[in-house]
Design a protein around this ligand. Structure first.
Ligand SMILES: [Fe+2]
Ligand SMILES: [Fe+2]
Length: 324
């Protein structure tokens, strides 16, 4: 029997099963047949997401020792630890698709994988911790809540826990800004400056406009993605408008307007050249972020070696015959 004769019907049956699961809004699990492009798309998306969580620890960890009080240090430490956890759940989800964590790590530290452009900006003041929590984690929530229903089971389930933790991150950022905004004029100005720095980059986190986002349509057909980039971005802006008012801060988008017809907020022009430059590695902190990640990997080599050796000894011990 030829290979084609045996694989084709099997593949066709797999495809039919896959299509039926997607159509019924159920979940694809690691044991299920899936189209190769679906698998690759998920590996790319989930690993990029994991890398973003891990690299994203850097701009905030940078402030842990300088946070203004013991309470603020404890909160920021917990938040940064959460991000490490998010990275780990996501690497574990990607591993179910047939890639190893080592491969993903090498792709990142050799500059072959992408992570969110937002983490290539600097955090010069304490208020940046507020702006990151409020805007960056806030944008992440808008992007990620629909991913809890992603068609790939391990990804959707990882997102449920991540989203719960992200809402705490968003609240802690908002609270930092609220306190600064109600403080001295200098503190209020520091909050405004940080929001001015992070607002536009946070809008870019949703990715290019729908007409320039070639993979979006396929990801929506596969029910990995549920809403378009622009829909999510507009929803995020709509959430921010009353929060700007509550904070007593100005929105840096002077062209922001409410469209009565569609009932959504429409943003002013986004500087996509800046976004593309950062994606190409030319952002303010790209080199620093990757160098730091590479050094952390190298200095952790002894931990990995010790763990591997311990596992080898355990296996050896398990294989020894039990003494009579
Ligand atoms: Fe996170
Ligand atoms: Fe977060």
């Amino acid at each position: 029997m030829s290979i084609t004769a045996t694989t084709e019907p099997a593949e066709q049956a797999g495809q039919e099963h896959f299509d039926a699961i997607i159509a019924a809004d159920q979940r694809i699990e690691p044991r299920d047949w899936m189209p190769e492009k679906y698998r690759r798309t998920l590996i790319r998306q989930i690993s990029q997401h994991a890398h973003s969580e891990i690299i994203g620890m850097q701009p905030e960890a940078n402030w842990i020792t300088r946070a203004p009080s013991l309470k603020r240090k404890a909160i920021l430490t917990a938040k940064v630890q959460d991000e490490a956890g998010h990275g780990l759940y996501l690497y574990a989800a990607a591993q179910t698709l047939g890639i190893t964590r080592d491969e993903m790590t090498m792709q990142l530290i050799e500059g072959r994988a992408r992570y969110s452009s937002i983490f290539n900006y600097h955090t010069p003041t304490w208020a940046d911790m507020g702006a990151i929590g409020w805007l960056v984690d806030g944008a992440a929530i808008c992007n990620q809540v629909p991913l809890c229903r992603a068609s790939y089971g391990p990804y959707g389930r990882a997102m449920v826990r991540i989203c719960k933790e992200e809402s705490f991150h968003q609240r802690q950022g908002f609270e930092i800004l609220m306190e600064l905004s109600n403080g001295t004029p200098e503190q209020k100005q520091m909050a405004q400056d940080a929001v001015d720095r992070w607002y536009w980059p946070a809008l870019m986190m949703f990715g290019p406009s729908d007409e320039h986002s070639p993979n979006s349509a396929q990801s929506m057909a596969w029910k990995i993605k549920r809403f378009s980039n622009d829909e999510l971005r507009n929803r995020f802006v709509g959430m921010c408008v009353p929060q700007f008012e509550a904070l007593g801060l100005e929105c840096p988008d002077k062209d922001l307007r409410f469209d009565e017809e569609t009932g959504t907020w429409i943003t002013g022009e986004i500087d996509w050249d800046e976004f593309n430059a950062i994606l190409d590695g030319r952002g303010p902190a790209n080199t620093q972020r990757l160098r730091h990640r590479r050094e952390a990997h190298e200095s952790g080599a002894w931990v990995r070696e010790a763990a591997a050796e311990y596992a080898r000894k355990q296996r050896e011990r398990d294989q020894q015959p039990i003494a009579a």
